[in-house]
Design a protein around this ligand. Structure first.
Ligand SMILES: NC(=O)c1ccc[n+]([C@@H]2O[C@H](COP(=O)([O-])OP(=O)(O)OC[C@H]3O[C@@H](n4cnc5c(N)ncnc54)[C@H](O)[C@@H]3O)[C@@H](O)[C@H]2O)c1
Length: 351
């Protein structure tokens, strides 16, 4: 088992999670516990959790519909209604048992309900274990714009038990790996080299490495004012792809969009002379080999969403771009034209 200390909570990883969770619940004596799940985590994860942690057996379960569409204000209203009808007070605990959709939505609901009640994340997808459950970003999508409303509120604890991954479909497994590759590419050259190699790596180690790297960055910059922005590498264009897909009723996953976004933004890094053509080719080879490439929406459609992005200032987009494998620079100004060139370059590869 590993325990990673964040600003004021612990991230517990490994087989000792249930014991750590039981101790956490004994220590805090919450007046009520609400477990937020979706239909898949209710069926596949909740029974295991209750067996391992019987204190949770009397908790009220709030079920969201699985999928990105649950990150909406309407779903939050239903969660708040349930909490209000149960007279849930400030000493209520929200348990987010699920992937990034559950932790983003449940975390957001908890962070503003009665001006904030504690919540913990028990991630059940690889993406949520390696990334979304850590760092305190909560949020929902508004008018198809990804994560346009949210808070930065740290959880009271994160309990990562890789045993939950046994039932995760392969597509969602790869989706989570995408964020692990991103973490390596922006912050750790030797980790990137390992991932680029042929040796099979243990998933527990990948999760631990990714969580440690993310946590170090978040602890230095919890409010996303400086260094934390490197975590957004691949996400500006990735979110535009996801938003366009959401609007069209498509089912592109977050990690799939981020892989395409990383390729586009690596090409931008080359345009800005931060990496060489050789490095770009190596990155694309590794990412394409591992994840393939999804068909991209029309560049004009992506541009509409890019304009909505939080990172635009005086007609220039300020993006985190890599300046080597394992290194990233924040707030690099790029023009709309440069973004279009990179989108078209990657679109060409995917057609
Ligand atoms: N807050 C952050 O820092 C952060 C970081 C990265 C991504 N995100 C967000 O995370 C979301 C994506 O999260 P995700 O990829 O985990 O998707 P998800 O929550 O939609 O889960 C993926 C699918 O797997 C199912 N599932 C979950 N656990 C399972 C299990 N153990 N066995 C079988 N099925 C299981 C779910 O029901 C769902 O159908 C996006 O909305 C993204 O914006 C947030």
């Amino acid at each position: 088992m590993a325990r990673v200390r964040s600003a004021d909570y612990d991230i517990v990883i490994g087989e000792d999670c249930p014991r750590a969770l039981r101790l956490f619940l004994d220590k805090h004596k919450f007046s009520g516990v609400f477990i937020i799940c979706d239909e898949n985590t209710i069926a596949k994860c909740l029974p295991q959790l209750i067996i391992k942690c019987p204190q949770l057996s009397g908790s009220e379960v709030i079920e969201l519909e699985s999928g990105e569409n649950s990150k909406s204000i309407q779903v939050c209203e239903q969660v708040w209604q349930t909490l209000l009808e149960a007279n849930a007070g400030k000493d209520t605990l929200i348990v987010n048992l699920g992937g990034g959709v559950v932790s983003d939505t449940g975390g957001f609901c908890a962070s503003v309900y009665k001006r904030g009640v504690p919540f913990i994340n028990i991630p059940t997808t690889l993406l949520a274990m390696a990334d979304a459950s850590v760092g305190g970003k909560t949020g929902i999508n508004c008018f198809s714009v990804k994560n346009s409303v949210g808070t930065i509120t740290q959880p009271a604890g994160v309990f990562i038990d890789p045993a939950f991954l046994k039932t995760l479909p392969v597509r969602h497994y790869l989706n989570g790996l995408a964020e692990i590759y991103k973490m390596a590419l922006i912050s750790n050259m030797s980790f990137w080299k390992k991932l680029s190699g042929t040796k099979k790596l243990k998933i527990g180690e990948l999760i631990l490495k990714s969580v440690k790297l993310k946590n170090e960055i978040v602890v230095r910059d919890p409010l996303d004012k400086g260094i934390r922005k490197i975590l957004n590498f691949g996400h500006t264009t990735g979110h535009a792809i996801e938003s366009a897909s959401l609007e069209a009723g498509g089912d592109i996953l977050h990690g799939e969009a981020v892989v395409a976004g990383m390729m586009i933004e690596s090409h931008l890094s080359m345009q800005k002379k931060l990496i060489s053509r050789k490095t770009l080719d190596q990155i694309i080879k590794v990412l394409k080999g591992k994840f393939g490439l999804i068909p991209l929406p029309q560049p004009e459609q992506m541009l509409r969403y890019l304009k909505n992005d939080k990172k635009i200032r005086s007609q220039q987009y300020l993006l985190p771009l890599i300046n080597g494998t394992g290194s990233c620079k924040i707030d690099v100004p790029v023009s709309e034209e440069q973004i279009m060139t990179s989108i078209l370059f990657i679109k060409e590869l995917s057609s």
